[in-house]
Write a protein that binds this ligand. Structure first.
Ligand SMILES: Nc1ncnc2c1ncn2[C@@H]1O[C@H](COP(=O)(O)O)[C@@H](OP(=O)(O)O)[C@H]1O
Ligand SMILES: [Mg+2]
Length: 438
């Protein structure tokens, strides 16, 4: 386990695959785990499933090397399996999304058949694998089944997606609705540890054919620490865990990436996995290569501006002009990096990967209450890669006080790829806020 954490922190070792790290358990299984083997192009679904299972087994051997980790092994496997199933389903839906597959919620944000179906698929997967029985799954999730209970076209479309993804033609529409409503748990520090799910984070990006993420985390109810985070990012191409190259075009990088992942060649999307004390890893969603340990590599000289800073794609979600002021403040007098605007918690995955952006800022409208599912999985992914996520004043995000984050976030949320970048960011936000009286 120590080996693994070290691997994720050491930039020179970054591109070693999990299969290169030999835990005792792994050595026993070595016959069937081979790193970096090339696979034939046209692979059957069964072959893809098998190699994904092998790569997940290798990841679990590294992150759960001790016998004491048996419970974690099952928890981690379930989380990856759930996110992968939902991500595959979403990827298929995005390609052919029709106008009638999307509805506006009361707050005018969109919800699609894929948001509902992904939540049902993940809830059902958690229930099937729950040691304490399906009725003991505690899940705080974004959607509810209110709009689906009366039946109709939307309900049928959602239920069909779930039946296919779960390979269970017997599931009734009512069972699908019940599975969605498992996500109504209130969270907080009074019960046991709980799951937190955003079935599609960045639904606007999903509808706009850009980035989105399926985000599942597991929270220690007492401490509010995030114990596990998995991000399925179907439109973020997996490039061996290496950083995105800016030659892809700074402007519109997001849509370039999304187009590549949607292309006929079928470039695989990415799945990020992080667990407390075990590091952060990324692998291809189609199982075509092993997971790779990643650690956000802070720039050697922090005097140099990173290639970009990250923020929401949508200006309704975050004040773009204020983050521009903060970016200029950090690089006082020197040219500030340009923004990279990306939908969803893909931003947290990119920050963990390093090399493209060292800071992420989010300044929502003052009346907006941030929800825990928009951050929980990403917090673990960034922190285990050596970064820090906090509110705009540098305070830990309290994710065990209910479905929302506390009202007072000091103006927003910020993240750095290292403690040092995070510290500079928090200082710059304070200076910029004073200068603009924000
Ligand atoms: N006015 C607003 N201010 C801040 N965040 C908002 C918002 N309206 C919606 N959001 C949140 O922003 C999330 C997308 O994040 P990002 O801006 O990083 O892409 C949305 O997630 P969903 O798409 O799951 O609803 C939603 O929860
Ligand atoms: Mg969502």
């Amino acid at each position: 386990m120590a080996q693994c954490t070290q691997l994720s922190r050491n930039s020179q070792e970054r591109n070693k695959t999990c299969s290169n790290v030999r835990s005792p358990v792994q050595q026993r299984r070595q016959g069937r785990i081979r790193a970096g083997r090339s696979l034939p192009r046209a692979r059957s679904m069964a072959a893809k499933m098998q190699s994904m299972n092998e790569h997940v087994a290798a990841l679990l051997d590294v992150t759960c090397a001790d016998d004491a980790d048996e419970e974690n092994r099952s928890l981690y496997r379930t989380a990856i399996d759930a996110v992968k199933r939902a991500s595959d389903m979403c990827h298929g839906v995005q390609r052919g999304l029709a106008e009638e597959d999307t509805k506006a919620k009361q707050d005018d944000s969109p919800v699609t058949i894929a948001d509902y179906a992904a939540q049902a698929v993940i809830a059902l997967t958690l229930m099937q694998n729950s040691k304490g029985g399906s009725e003991n799954v505690r899940l705080v999730a974004e959607e509810d089944a209110n709009e689906l209970r009366d039946g109709g076209r939307l309900t049928e479309a959602v239920a069909n997606l779930v039946r296919t993804a779960m390979d269970d033609g017997e599931l009734t529409n009512a069972q699908v609705c019940d599975a969605i409503d498992v996500g109504l748990y209130e969270g907080g520090d009074q019960g046991g540890n709980f799951w937190v799910l955003d079935p599609i984070d960045g639904t606007r990006g999903f509808v706009g054919r850009r980035q989105y993420a399926v985000c599942l985390g597991y929270v220690d109810a007492k401490t509010g620490d995030v114990l596990l985070g998995v991000l399925g990012c179907p439109n973020l191409p997996f490039r061996g865990g290496d950083v995105m190259r800016l030659s892809d075009g700074q402007e519109g990088l997001d849509s370039v990436l999304a187009a590549e992942a949607r292309s006929e060649q079928g470039v695989a999307g990415s799945v990020f996995f992080a667990a407390k004390g075990k590091g952060t890893y990324v692998g291809p969603l189609d199982g075509s290569a092993p997971f790779v340990a990643i650690g956000a590599k802070a720039r050697q000289s922090e005097e140099d501006a990173p290639p970009a800073f990250m923020e929401s794609y949508d200006a309704r979600h975050s004040d773009h002009s204020f983050s521009g002021v903060v970016a200029s403040t950090i690089f006082d007098g020197k040219s500030a990096p340009p923004p990279l605007r990306v939908d969803s918690q893909c931003k947290y995955g990119l920050l963990a990967m390093g090399g493209i952006a060292d800071i992420y800022m989010r300044f929502p409208p003052s009346k907006y209450r941030e929800k825990i599912w928009d951050h929980v999985a990403g917090i673990c992914v960034v922190e285990e890669a050596g970064g820090v996520v906090s509110d705009a004043k540098g305070r830990k995000l309290r994710v065990n006080e209910g479905r929302f984050l506390p009202e007072d976030l000091g103006g927003g949320i910020c993240a750095g790829s290292s403690q040092s970048w995070h510290g500079r960011l928090v200082d710059a936000i304070a200076v910029a806020a004073a200068a603009t009286q924000k």
